[in-house]
Design a protein around this ligand. Structure first.
Ligand code: 5GP
Ligand code: MN
Length: 339
């Protein structure tokens, strides 16, 4: 048991035990994360369900978008429901993970929460309004939400190995960009050292994660690369993706994952913008930056959110107007920061 404490920082113990105490008081849980879940959302959801099962609780996993295809190989503790009915039992409490706002769970869960389904909110987005009605553990210093779940598992005396460790490894790899982003701090590396010590094979995990592309996705990226444009004296890289491109190529939203990060490879670029048309007057934007450049502030000015170096949101405008609004918001942020 002693080895499980090595990577469990003192400052997180109190909160981890407090959440564990709350979990012990309930029996029937529904665990969910944001729609279109990324590696942290998926890993956190799975880890929480593993922890609850180990505590002898009844657990349902729910996500409005389901488990993404590219993560089908990842060991899961149970089935992923995509609707709130029918469910095998009526949950007493929802655990909402990696959601800066309750509405990011999708319409169905957001209405259930608004209608009074008790909620435990665990997250790492700055500006999270602490919407949990039973408990909140929100810490923007976490590189990934899964870090909080790892500490809760530690508090429960569970070893971070096997399937739970794979999910944690995936979450940390995703939200730190392969231990390369500014959020890769000493606690993350201590946790990874601990995981590897207990047998997690990070290269094998990466191997599975990095060999998921279809030829269609490769062709789509080729097309997209030809459309990247530079704005604001070449300090912003921008791409707008019309809905028709999905119809033409058969590509999915998932195929775009990582493109906005890849755009940061352009020399001299301070911030990148990817804008995707989902409906005639509904666009989704993704922003990326590095270091002190705060794209979350730009996203927040358009009612979005996220982290300093990775943020996003939706705009209810046609693609050309949305493009203008988002380039303007990011430009203003760069102006303000004197970049
Ligand atoms: P992505 O661009 O990969 O979708 O998201 C990047 C970051 O921005 C993630 O941390 C995500 O949680 C956050 N984010 C994306 N879309 C939204 C949104 O509509 N609202 C808020 N508050 N955050 C978002
Ligand atoms: Mn996250």
């Amino acid at each position: 048991m002693q080895e499980t404490w090595n990577s469990f920082p003192q400052q997180y113990r109190e909160q981890a035990y407090a959440v564990l105490e709350v979990l012990r008081k309930h029996d029937r849980f529904i665990v969910c994360a944001h729609a279109s879940p990324d590696g942290d959302a998926v890993g956190s959801t799975a880890m929480m369900a593993f922890v609850l099962k180990a505590l002898g609780k009844q657990v349902i996993i729910y996500n409005t978008s389901g488990l993404p295809d590219y993560l089908r190989w990842l060991p899961q503790p149970c089935y992923w429901h995509t609707h709130l009915s029918p469910l095998p039992f009526t949950p007493e409490v929802a655990i909402v993970l990696d959601c800066g706002e309750a509405h990011r769970t999708g319409e169905e869960m957001a209405s259930s929460l608004a209608a009074g389904l008790p909620c435990i909110n665990i997250d790492h987005h700055r500006g999270n309004p602490l919407f949990g009605t039973v408990a909140n553990w929100v810490d923007p210093d976490f590189a990934a939400t899964a870090q909080a779940i790892a500490y809760i598992a530690q508090a429960a005396g569970l070893a971070l190995k096997g399937d739970i460790a794979k999910n944690l490894g995936l979450a940390l790899l995703t939200d730190t960009g392969g231990f390369a982003h500014g959020n890769t701090n000493v606690h993350v590396l201590a946790l990874v050292t601990h995981l590897v010590g207990l047998g997690l094979d990070i290269p094998a995990l990466r191997e599975q994660l990095d060999h998921q592309w279809s030829l269609g996705r490769m062709r789509l990226w080729g097309k997209l690369m030809g459309s990247v444009a530079l704005r604001r004296r070449d300090t912003i890289a921008f791409i707008a993706i019309p809905y028709s491109l999905f119809q033409e190529t058969g590509a999915t939203k998932e195929d775009l994952e990582g493109f906005v990060d890849m755009m940061r490879r352009l020399k001299g670029v301070k911030a990148t913008i990817m804008l995707r048309e989902d409906k005639p007057k509904l666009c989704k934007f993704s922003l990326r930056s590095a270091g002190d450049i705060d794209v979350r502030a730009a996203a927040a000015s358009l009612n979005g959110g996220g982290h300093k170096n990775a943020a996003g949101g939706t705009i209810k405008l046609p693609l050309p107007e949305a493009a203008e609004a988002v380039v303007q918001a990011v430009s203003e942020e760069l102006d303000q920061e004197g970049e």
